[in-house]
Design a protein. Structure first.
Length: 201
């Protein structure tokens, strides 16, 4: 909370950091990549070990309303290919596999513009599972259909082109079962997108 207040104070001391007048609404189509990670806790016989990141596609659209010269509120919808890679032990040797989780995500963020065009952002994201596979096998019935995460990140805009970097910290676990302290894995996502802003007002 102290950090947020400090950021707000710095931003408030500047002039027109949003590059737009208060009350303006912008729409931003965006595309990019997501780097999925496995977090949480698990036993090696369930998930495996030697977990690695998985790269996928991220794309969608975001709208933003500018409250004043340093603060905007944004909401959007995007499709994200999440998941991870792992090595699972078996009787015949280690098996490499990919977990592919596709989500329809709805992020809502507060964007603090600390410098002209440069924003720090955080908020909440609601994710709805579209599909879940492990090496081609459909495991959607074993995964939770809803994922809540906390996005934190930053963006920079130049001539309406926006580079956005954010990390979505998953709060809810992916797996339905087994429901115990040893197996609660989560699907985090680092995403990098490039977008273009159109002002509606």
């Amino acid at each position: 909370m102290t950090l947020v207040m400090a950021v707000a104070a710095i931003a408030a001391s500047a002039q027109n950091n949003t590059l737009r007048e208060p009350g303006t609404i912008s729409i931003q189509p965006k595309v990019g990549i997501g780097i999925g990670y496995l977090s949480g806790s698990w036993t090696s016989d369930v998930i495996g070990n030697d977990n690695k990141a998985k790269v996928g596609f991220v794309g969608g659209v975001e709208g933003e309303y500018y409250i004043n010269n340093w603060l905007g509120v944004a909401a959007g919808v995007n499709f994200a290919q999440q998941g991870w890679k792992a090595t699972k032990p078996s009787r015949t040797g280690d098996i490499d596999y990919k977990a592919k989780l596709n989500y329809l995500n709805i992020p809502i963020t507060a964007d603090f513009y600390v410098l002209p065009g440069f924003a720090l952002k955080t908020g909440m994201q609601f994710g709805f599972l579209a599909s879940a596979k492990m090496d081609g096998e459909d495991v959607k019935d074993k995964a939770k259909k809803f994922n809540f995460s906390i996005p934190v990140g930053l963006s920079y805009e130049y001539k309406n082109v926006v580079l956005d970097l954010r990390y979505n910290i998953s709060v809810t676990k992916v797996n339905k079962e087994p429901d115990n302290d040893d197996n609660k894995w989560r699907s985090d996502l680092l995403q990098i997108t490039l977008g273009y802003k159109f002002d509606l007002k």
